[in-house]
Write a protein that binds this ligand. Structure first.
Ligand code: UDP
Length: 411
C-alpha cells in the first residue's frame, strides 16, 4: 500500500459556514478523541468522489487532533478490471464471478494486508469494495473496523453481494450514504447513514476571482454570451454521458446557441474510462459546441468550478448513483441541477425546488428547457440549492458525524 499525502486544513477557516452548536460539538468530540489513531484505505488518491472527500476530511480530522493516515492499495491492472466489474455488479449489472476472479481478489487483499501491523491504529475506515478483503488477511489487533460503502448496493447482483458480504463479518460497523443501501442479511450489525459532503473552501468550490474565472473559461473553450449546460463526471456508463448528448441534441433544436460541456476524469482505479471517452468523442461527432474535456487537457478543479458556475443548468443524468458530489457542487454555486432520480441524487435535488429529477432523455429535455426558458426560475432554484447544501452537505457536518461514529466505536 502507498501512503497519500494531504494538504493542511484548519477547522477555524470553516467557522463562517458552521452553526455555533455544531462547532461546539465538533470541538467537544475532538477533545475526547485527541490522539486517536485512524487509518483510511481506498483504491485511488485521485479521481472520483471518494478521493475528493478524503482530501478534505483527513486534514480536518488531523486538525481536530487525530492522527490520520491515508493508504491506497497497490494492485495490478487486472485487479482494477475485476473491481470495476464488481462495482458494476453491485449496482445491479449481470456478470459472473469465476474462481480466477476470487483468487485474484484474495491474493491482492493478502499482499496489501501484509502492510498492516497489529496495534498501529485504533480505527480503520475501509472505503468501497476494492480493499474490503484486507481484514480477512491482516492482523489489525484491537483496531475497530468500519466499511464505508459509497455505492448504491440496494439491488445488487446476488453472487457478487454474497461474495462481498463474506468479508463484512470482520467489520464492527458499516457506513452507507443511505441506510436503504444495506441489504437484508448483511453481516455487520451496526449500520450508520452518513451522506457525503463538499468542501466550501477547496479550489473546486470556493469563490473565484474575475481573472480566475476568465482564464478558466478560456481553457474550457466556451464562447461567452451563449448558454452552456454541463455534466461533470467520470467517464462511466452509469453516468449516461451518451444520454446527455441525446438530450443536448434535442435542446439544440430550440436553443440554437446552446453549448454542452462534458468534463470527465480518468481515475486510476477505473479502467472503463478510456473506452467511454472514445465512444463519447465518436458520438459527439463534428459538433464543435460539444466540448469533451478531461484532466488530460489540464482541466482541473478551478475549471470544473468555473464550468459549474457559468452553466445555466448542470446535469447529472445518472442511471445509478451512490451520491453524486457534482450535484451539491453545482448547488453550492447557485446553479440549478437536473439529475437522474436515482441513489443519492433525490437527497439533494428537491423536484421543482432547486432543480428537477428525471427518468429519461425526454424528461431531461423537458426540464432543462424549462429552466433555460425562465431566468427568474433559474435564479430562485439556484438560491434554494445553495441553502440546502449549506444546511446538509458541507464537510463540517460530515466531519461531525465521523467523530460521533469514532466515539461510538471506541467507547
Ligand atoms: N470530478 C472532477 N473532474 C472530472 C470529473 C469529476 O474533478 O473531470 C470530480 C467531481 O467534481 C466530483 C468527483 O470528481 O467532486 C466525482 O464525485 P461523484 O460523487 O459525483 O461521483 P463518483 O465519481 O464518486 O461516482
Amino acid at each position: 500500500m502507498k501512503t497519500t499525502q494531504v494538504q493542511r486544513k484548519s477547522l477555524k477557516d470553516y467557522e463562517p459556514f458552521i452553526e455555533s452548536d455544531l462547532l461546539e460539538s465538533i470541538l467537544q468530540l475532538s477533545s475526547e478523541l485527541r490522539g486517536l489513531r485512524v487509518l483510511h484505505v481506498n483504491a485511488t488518491s485521485f479521481g472520483g468522489g471518494v478521493a475528493e472527500i478524503l482530501h478534505t476530511l483527513i486534514p480536518l480530522m488531523k486538525d481536530c487532533g487525530l492522527t490520520v493516515d491515508w493508504k491506497v492499495i497497490d494492485a495490478p491492472s487486472q485487479f482494477f478490471d475485476l473491481t470495476k466489474r464488481m462495482h458494476n455488479a453491485l449496482q445491479g449489472k449481470e456478470d459472473r464471478l469465476s474462481d480466477e476472479d476470487r483468487n485474484l481478489f484474495k491474493n491482492v487483499s493478502k499482499d496489501n494486508a501484509s502492510f498492516i501491523k497489529p496495534g498501529e491504529y485504533d480505527i480503520a475506515v475501509i472505503h468501497d469494495p476494492q480493499p474490503v478483503g484486507l481484514p480477512a488477511f491482516a492482523d489489525f489487533g484491537s483496531c475497530r473496523l468500519v466499511w464505508r460503502c459509497h455505492i448504491d448496493t440496494s439491488s445488487p447482483n446476488r453472487v457478487f453481494w454474497d461474495y462481498l458480504n463474506g468479508f463484512l463479518s470482520y467489520y464492527n460497523a458499516a457506513v452507507f450514504t443511505l441506510k436503504d443501501y444495506a441489504k437484508d442479511g448483511i453481516s455487520i450489525d451496526k449500520i450508520y447513514e452518513i451522506p457525503p459532503s463538499i468542501d466550501p473552501l477547496s479550489n473546486k468550490n470556493r469563490e473565484l476571482s474575475k481573472e480566475e474565472m476568465q482564464q478558466a473559461l478560456r481553457k474550457l473553450g466556451i464562447e461567452s454570451g451563449k448558454p452552456v449546460i454541463t455534466q461533470v463526471s467520470r467517464f462511466d456508463p452509469w453516468k449516461d454521458p451518451l444520454g446527455v448528448v441525446d438530450a443536448y441534441r434535442k435542446l439544440k433544436e430550440r436553443f440554437r446557441e446552446l453549448q454542452l460541456l462534458l468534463i470527465g476524469s480518468m481515475a486510476s482505479d477505473d479502467p472503463e474510462g478510456w473506452k467511454i471517452y472514445e465512444d463519447l468523442l465518436r458520438y459527439s461527432g463534428m459538433d464543435y459546441d460539444i466540448k469533451v474535456l478531461s484532466n488530460f487537457q489540464n482541466i482541473s478543479d478551478i475549471e470544473v468550478n468555473a464550468a459549474q458556475r457559468v452553466s445555466k443548468v448542470v446535469l447529472q443524468k445518472s442511471l445509478r448513483e451512490g451520491f453524486a458530489l457534482t450535484v451539491s457542487e453545482a448547488m453550492w454555486k447557485k446553479t440549478p441541477v437536473v439529475g437522474g432520480n436515482v441513489g443519492g441524487i433525490p437527497l439533494q435535488i428537491h423536484h421543482g425546488i432547486n432543480g428537477y429529477l428525471v427518468e429519461s432523455v425526454e424528461d431531461t429535455v423537458e426540464y432543462t428547457g424549462r429552466i433555460l426558458d425562465d431566468p427568474g426560475l433559474a435564479k430562485e432554484m439556484g438560491n434554494k440549492g445553495y441553502e440546502i447544501v449549506k444546511k446538509d452537505f458541507l464537510s463540517t457536518r460530515h466531519l461531525h458525524q465521523y467523530l460521533q461514529l469514532f466515539r461510538d466505536l471506541t467507547n
